[in-house]
Design a protein around this ligand. Structure first.
Ligand SMILES: Cc1cc2nc3c(=O)[nH]c(=O)nc-3n(C[C@H](O)[C@H](O)[C@H](O)COP(=O)(O)O)c2cc1C
Length: 207
């Protein structure tokens, strides 16, 4: 089976637990994961996940060999090149700053450059944005990024699967991310399965 190669970018928006869970799940799905994190992204990993230094073992839950951590300041790094073939890039969480840079083609670090290259090579780019409310500046940047081929994915978990823990909410979004990246998972029931389970439970009550 083809091993998927996925680039994950972490920027300085709230939502580092999404990134941590996604990386762990991708590694356990045997994906080859390449990580780029901005300075503020690293800070939020420390603030929100207690990970003070990005470490492959901790990020992958014991699958360190699946993860390569790149230097975001190296604009000549491998991930910044169009010849670096991959199956998709996701920036999670994606700050308004990085959203705007990507939308208008600015490449101040290797993360932004990798996103720009992903667009120019017509590969899948997902921007898991977190900010609320939105100004027209961000709405226009989302429009520009979408027209350029990116998928803007607001980090807004649904409640229809009746989450009871923060892990459930994180997994709700991570499942949608893995769907968009084309990586198989068994995180949560689909809506169809959820409805079928509800119907079965109702039948049980009536019996
Ligand atoms: C604690 C903290 C939380 C932040 N949360 C957000 C956020 O949720 N969304 C956002 O767009 N920016 C947020 N910011 C601001 C960004 O970190 C800031 O715009 C920064 O320049 C982003 O840089 P980067 O895109 O290179 O990571 C936050 C900053 C801090 C310090």
């Amino acid at each position: 089976m083809h091993t998927k190669r996925i680039i994950v970018g972490i920027t300085g928006a709230s939502g580092a637990p999404y990134a941590l869970r996604l990386i762990t799940r991708l590694a356990h799905a045997n994906c080859e994961v390449h990580l780029l994190a901005s300075a503020l992204g690293r800070r939020l990993m420390a603030d929100e996940c207690g990970i003070k230094k990005l470490d492959a073992e901790a990020l992958t839950g014991g699958r360190a060999s699946q993860l390569t951590i790149h230097n975001e300041n190296d604009l000549g790094g491998p991930v910044a090149s169009g010849s670096f073939r991959h199956d998709g890039m996701i920036i999670v969480p994606c700050s308004g700053n990085t959203l705007s840079k990507v939308a208008y083609g600015l490449t101040d670090n290797q993360l932004q450059r990798a996103a720009m290259v992903t667009l120019k090579e017509r590969r899948r780019l997902i921007l898991a944005h977190r900010e609320t409310p939105l100004s027209l500046v961000e709405i226009e940047a989302m429009r520009a990024a979408t027209l350029a081929g990116a998928i803007v994915m607001p980090l807004s978990p649904g409640f229809y699967l009746n989450p009871t823990t923060m892990d459930d909410l994180v997994d709700f979004m991570v499942a949608r991310m893995m769907d968009l990246l084309g990586v198989e998972h068994e995180i949560q029931p689909t809506w169809d399965e959820h409805l079928a389970a509800e119907r079965a439970a109702r039948r049980g009550e009536q019996a």
